[in-house]
Design a protein around this ligand. Structure first.
Ligand code: NAD
Length: 542
């Protein structure tokens, strides 16, 4: 638009639909689930928006019924990845020069398509491919993606408006240039919205992107990239390249034009990419921006003044929603001895009522865990706990015959150093350590320092002095800290998300802090009355 500083619409969170019996959304979602179950699609790469079919493929199955193939996904090899880089570089100039209001409009249009026309497609694909029950899929895809798009456009606009001070006859400007090169976005299986955000946040700031989705989230992610294209995203801005992690590290990470790496996933993978970037540091045109949100060992720490029913609700929802596969999922609890008998009785009672099974049966609270490897890992921990004198399995178990089912499992650790109190399991397994009330201070320090992570944590107490002391001692133990609430469920625009230490670079997804990483500022000073003087007054004779 000529002669205008348009104001970006103020964003609002997309409200999730309830899917309660009798609602229209329930019927529409069930219809879409049946439709997607009845077909087996081929997922191509999308290079410059055009489908590219390759020989190397993987099968996309339903975690709750691992014999059922939903799709075959083509994988990019060396030739396709190199082509995608070339095309992303070729698309750069016209994308970054597109007037901001038009660039922003692509994402605002995509948000409308996601919350409207494609709501059930994205929700159903997330349910079937990633094993979420209806409500969990709803708060992820479509709601969180819509929020990411609307809020990030708004935050980007406010970044661009952030300008320096001026003196008389001088105008200083900050130009928020996109990075020189391309951004690589590598996304995890557990949130469709994270994939969408990793790819679009740098694109909103004017960058072009290669997006490598996780193989177990590729169905919903494929539908999502198609929505971006339908919304008018110019071909070439986001190149959709499912590939193996090793192909990405061999052919993309070492490319001298890599300007940024936008990652969510495990701490181990992020560390290996960081090391690889370090090894190639002389080859890059600029220092690549490394932004990663990684693992966690998220906790609830309860005080003896805690409201027990609220604590138990937070434990059950925090640990078992989406089978404990949220990065923020609760996996260790510190409970004082004085309230433990009440907590234990109520918790076991609640867990008995949480059904695990087919996500298309809306009575289930949990589906299956994502894949064979995750299942095998969890089985190992549960079996070890059953055999250990240092632990007691209070409830839970598994059955992998038809789907990768792990039932909500509660382990009581007799030693605070028991492995499931320290290691990230990423499944519906909650470990509780019951501490003597008088050891509160020592136990808070232990909670803070006993794992390498610092992602989410929650405290439960009604004693205000205790709340203040717990918050003080646990200040660095979590990037998202909750008081009398579960440690999951961060909402874009309300609780910007991310953790420090081994949990990531804490650049807060869905905030201006994250968007700033995708820009390289040029400061421009223009002078309207340039001086012709050379010397300074102090140089004159006395
Ligand atoms: P993962 O690390 O196994 O995979 C993440 C992505 O990295 C996938 O796309 C995978 O294919 C890719 N990858 C694997 N090896 C690679 C390599 N060598 N080079 C480049 N890419 C490679 O993680 P996941 O199993 O998909 O997700 C679970 C993990 O993600 C958990 O540790 C969880 O805590 C973390 N997570 C963190 C957050 C957060 O905000 N902190 C959010 C979601 C998930």
């Amino acid at each position: 638009m000529i002669n205008s500083h348009a104001a970006v619409p103020k964003p609002q969170n997309e409200p999730p639909l309830s899917y309660a019996p009798g609602t229209p959304e329930r019927a529409l979602l069930k219809q879409e689930l049946e439709r997607q179950k009845s077909e087996c699609i081929t997922i191509p790469l999308l290079i410059d928006g055009q489908p590219v079919y390759t020989e190397k493929r993987l099968k996309v199955v339903m975690p709750h019924d691992h014999g059922h193939v939903l799709a075959e996904c083509c994988l990019a090899g060396e030739a396709e990845l190199k082509l995608a880089i070339e095309r992303a570089m070729a698309a750069k100039q016209s994308w970054e020069e597109l007037p901001w209001e038009h660039r922003a409009s692509v994402f605002l249009r995509a948000a409308e398509l996601i919350r409207g026309k494609y709501r059930y497609q994205l929700n159903a694909a997330t349910m079937l491919g990633q094993g979420k029950v209806a409500y969990q899929a709803e708060i992820d895809a479509p709601c969180e993606i819509t929020d990411f798009l609307r809020f990030n456009v708004y935050y980007a606009d406010s970044i661009f408006r952030n300008q320096p001070e001026n003196k008389p006859a001088v105008w200083n400007r900050m130009v928020y240039r996109p990075l020189e090169g391309f951004v690589l976005a590598v996304s995890p299986f557990n949130f469709t919205a994270i994939g969408g955000n990793l790819a679009t946040a740098p694109a909103i700031m004017g960058n072009t992107v290669l997006w490598k989705p996780a193989s177990t989230a590729v169905l919903s992610n494929y539908y999502l990239i198609r929505v971006f294209l339908e919304a008018g995203l110019p071909a070439g801005v986001i190149q959709f390249v499912p590939a193996s992690g090793s192909a990405i590290s061999r052919y993309v990470i070492s490319d001298p034009r890599l300007a940024g790496f936008h990652f969510t996933g495990s701490t181990g993978v992020f560390g290996s990419v960081w090391r690889q970037v370090g090894e190639h540091i002389e080859q890059y045109r600029s220092y690549p921006r490394l932004v990663g949100e990684t693992g966690g060992k998220d906790y609830i720490f309860a005080h003896s003044s805690a409201d027990v029913p609220a604590l138990v609700s937070a434990m059950a929802r925090g640990a078992f929603e989406y089978q404990g596969q949220k990065c923020s999922a609760l996996s260790r609890c510190f409970i004082p001895q004085s309230i433990w008998p009440d907590v234990e009785r109520r918790l076991l009672d609640v867990v008995k009522g949480l059904h695990t099974g087919d996500v298309c049966d809306f009575r289930n609270f949990l589906g299956a865990v994502i894949d064979r490897n995750a299942f095998a890992e969890l089985v190992k921990y549960i079996d070890a706990a059953k055999a250990s004198p240092d632990a007691e399995v209070l409830c839970g178990g598994y059955d992998g015959s038809h789907g990768y089912f792990v039932y909500p499992t509660v382990i009581r650790a007799r030693k605070k150093e028991y492995p499931t109190m320290l290691e990230e399991l990423f499944g519906p397994v909650l470990t509780v350590y019951v501490y003597p009330d008088e050891e509160l201070g020592e136990m808070l320090d232990y909670c803070n320092a006993s794992t390498p992570y610092a992602l989410t944590g929650a405290i439960f107490a009604s004693d205000r002095l205790a709340i203040a002391e717990m918050e003080r001692r646990l200040r660095h133990s979590a990037g998202n800290f909750y008081i009398n609430d579960k440690p999951t469920g961060a909402v874009v625009g309300q609780q910007p998300f991310g953790g420090a230490r081994g949990s990531g670079t804490n650049d807060k997804a869905g905030s201006s802090l994250n968007l700033l990483r995708w820009t390289s500022v040029c400061t421009v000073k223009e002078c309207y009355a340039p001086t012709s003087e050379i010397g300074y007054p102090f140089m004159q004779e006395e």
